[in-house]
Write a new protein. Sequence first.
Length: 129
Amino acid sequence: MLDKEVYKVSLYNFSRQFRTSSSEGYAIMESDIRIGRVDLHYGTERVYATIVIEQDMEESDVAQIIDEIDNSLVSTASTRRDDLHVWVYSGREVGFFTDNEPYDEEFEGDEEEEDEDLLDELEEEEDLT
């Protein structure tokens, strides 16, 4: 009689966006589609998670995401974990902002157009002189 091996196939994947000495941020992916994000903050005895889900989901699906975060991310971290505190929100991304310019690839095209306009103005000035 052969022993059957059981493989758990995860519905969700986590793509790390950042990591600091006490926190990590991940995009929550279902196939190739981002369905949310999770920020993990590691305390001395507790781990705190903030999850933002970007689509409507059943409570059982959210519970599965929390379970996978706990098993795949939190339990593999080097921080001791006595308890996991989780806040779950429903929302959508409005944008990404930073002090560095340009902060969004979406606006790079606008800058290129402005550069072209400036070059056109300089060429016109040269033609006048």
